[in-house]
Design a protein around this ligand. Structure first.
Ligand code: SAM
Ligand code: SF4
Length: 329
């Protein structure tokens, strides 16, 4: 089977599936404090539909799937979904991105269901700051979830951190130290214009270069790999061999030329970029009886037309209507 390829020669082999738009947090950089309109249950893909589409994507060359949201652990019976996806032939890597709040309860079941990779979002090491960022009291639960993870060989555990100037920009080194001590890879994700309240401004982005400068004031780092291999995160190792640190530099150093990612929203819209203005509705044709071959044709056509790159840094930039939690970060 020919891989999913676009007109720029990029191959899409990495699929992020949002399994719910709902969330128990209200992170400033993602959701509004109030007034979010949720999808109705009937609008959300069922587990069977998610598995059918996953199988189809794997047949088209997708090797990595990551479940995200909204908050994926809010989806009832998440371990069941993981157990349906993990054994799919051809799937090399199944991951989960979560805010960590329910991990204490779920980590064991997720591991037993076949989950081996996890990203936990954490923006601060102080309870009050976590509450300021997530607008929910969450620190103790997230820490308990991380502690619970240690009982299972789910590796690597990555910590996703968004730094917003004026909120948590003084936490770079504490978070790096925390991650090194616990054997996590901390990944700093640049704040992108996908928040729901139109808060984003370039002035609030602490760039990868700025974060690197802070980290290098204390640690010697060297790059683990160059970007030429298509991995859209710069990863560095510490000179003493203890740990790694990753960067998603979407704003300051876009990696669109090497992007291998595509996305599925919770309501079954296929997006070729986080910043796509329009998705392809796969759910409606699927529910109207489309065959796998017909769906595959739609997916191929959409990937073929994948945009050259996002336009955050151009005057022509238009924000997508969906915010991050509605797309699936
Ligand atoms: N709720 C889960 C979580 O927070 O990990 C999964 C979904 S969340 C949308 C996925 C990731 O997107 C999180 O690590 C979050 O920090 C990140 N994110 C959300 N809004 C963002 C924004 N505007 N810019 C950059 N990263 C963002
Ligand atoms: Fe929820 Fe994740 Fe968005 Fe925070 S970043 S509001 S945890 S979906």
């Amino acid at each position: 089977m020919k891989p999913l390829i676009d007109t720029y020669g990029r191959i899409a082999n990495n699929l992020r599936i949002s399994i719910t738009d709902r969330c128990n947090f209200r992170c400033r950089y993602c959701m509004p404090e109030e007034g979010m309109q949720w999808l109705r249950r009937s609008q959300i893909l069922t587990f069977e539909e998610i598995v059918r589409l996953s199988r189809l994507f794997i047949g088209l060359g997708v090797e990595k799937i990551r479940l995200t949201g909204g908050e994926p652990t809010l989806r009832k019976d998440l371990p069941q979904l993981v157990s349906m996806l993990a054994p799919l032939p051809g799937l090399r890597d199944l991951g989960l991105t979560t805010n960590g709040y329910f991990l204490k309860e779920l980590a064991g079941d997720l591991y037993r269901a076949g989950l081996r990779r996890i990203n936990v979002s954490l923006d601060s090491l102080t309870p009050q700051r976590v509450q300021d960022m997530a607008r929910r009291e969450a620190y103790d639960k997230v820490m308990a979830g991380l502690d619970e993870l240690a009982s299972y060989p789910i590796r690597p555990v990555k910590i996703n951190t968004v730094i917003m100037k004026g909120f948590n920009d003084d936490e770079v080194l504490p978070l790096v130290e925390f991650a090194r001590e616990r054997g996590y890879q901390v990944r700093f994700i640049e704040f992108m214009p996908l928040d729901a309240e139109g808060l984003w401004s370039r002035a609030q982005v602490l760039t990868t270069a700025e974060i690197l400068e802070v980290v290098r004031s204390r640690y010697e780092l060297y790059p683990k790999e160059t970007r030429a291999d298509g991995v859209p995160a710069d990863t560095y190792r510490f000179h003493d061999g203890r740990g790694e640190i990753g960067f998603i530099s979407s704003v300051s150093e876009p990696f669109c030329y090497a992007c291998n990612r595509v996305r599925m929203t919770a309501d079954g819209h296929f997006l070729t970029c986080l910043f796509s203005l329009k998705g392809i509705d796969l759910k409606t044709p699927m529910r109207n009886g489309a065959t796998d071959a017909e769906l595959a044709k739609m997916i191929r056509a959409a990937v073929w037309q994948k945009e050259e790159g996002h336009e955050i840094n151009r005057a022509t930039f238009v924000r997508p209507e969906r915010n991050m939690s509605q797309i699936g970060g």
